[in-house]
Design a protein around this ligand. Structure first.
Ligand SMILES: [Zn+2]
Length: 205
């Protein structure tokens, strides 16, 4: 998907689950024209808010520190965790076993995130709240880690695919009846593949 001239809020969510949409904040991995949608900490906070991961209050606090070094560190952690998730999903989509090191990183992400959660008594039952005043990357990553754990242990994992447009590197859950979906997005990669086929056919005749 093309990111040129568009902002993070324009990013389509075609993955079918939060963890997959997070992986798809990067496209064309390893290519000269790779599409990084989370270019700045502000992009990360906006994306997380638009997915309802961050409360308005945390988002406001995060936005105030978006220019800081600490926010830069959060973005870096988000990027590296996202690439670990991509490696796991890409391997599974190719019917291969994910790397042990990647699975270990995912496993470690859960306790790290949970260590920041506290129960707070309230009039309507207990509520989760984050411990500490700083905006922590775990707050953004916990829902993503949970979403990934849910997917990896669900039968839906057999529907995980990587876009057939070579290099696109977006992943998605194929919800079609006959499991025939090949492209992340028919309007983008699907059309490009169609145009390519057309070109080669016209050339050979
Ligand atoms: Zn694609």
């Amino acid at each position: 998907m093309a990111a040129i001239g568009r902002g993070i809020l324009d990013l389509e969510r075609v993955g079918g689950m939060l963890c997959i949409d997070f992986v798809n904040t990067m496209g064309w991995r390893g290519r000269a024209l790779s599409n990084e949608w989370l270019k700045t900490p502000a992009d990360l906070f906006l994306w997380a808010r638009s997915c309802h991961i961050l409360s308005q209050d945390t988002f406001d606090r995060a936005s105030l520190m978006a220019e800081s070094d600490a926010a830069g560190d959060l973005l870096e952690k988000a990027h590296s965790f996202r690439e670990v998730l991509y490696c796991i999903f890409s391997a599974i989509a190719a019917k291969q076993r994910p790397c042990d090191a990647d699975i270990t990183t995912l496993n470690n992400g859960l306790p790290a995130a949970l260590s920041r959660l506290r129960l707070r008594p309230s009039g309507t039952g207990e509520q989760w709240e984050w411990h500490g005043d700083d905006v922590a990357i775990e707050e953004i990553l916990l829902p993503i880690v949970r979403s990934a754990m849910e997917l990896l242990t669900s039968p839906r994992i057999s529907r995980l695919k990587e876009c057939a447009n070579e290099g696109c590197a977006w992943v998605f859950l194929d919800g079609s009846k006959n499991r025939s979906r090949r492209w992340c997005d028919m309007r983008d990669c699907g059309n490009r593949a169609k145009a390519k086929r057309h070109y080669h056919r016209a050339k050979s005749t």
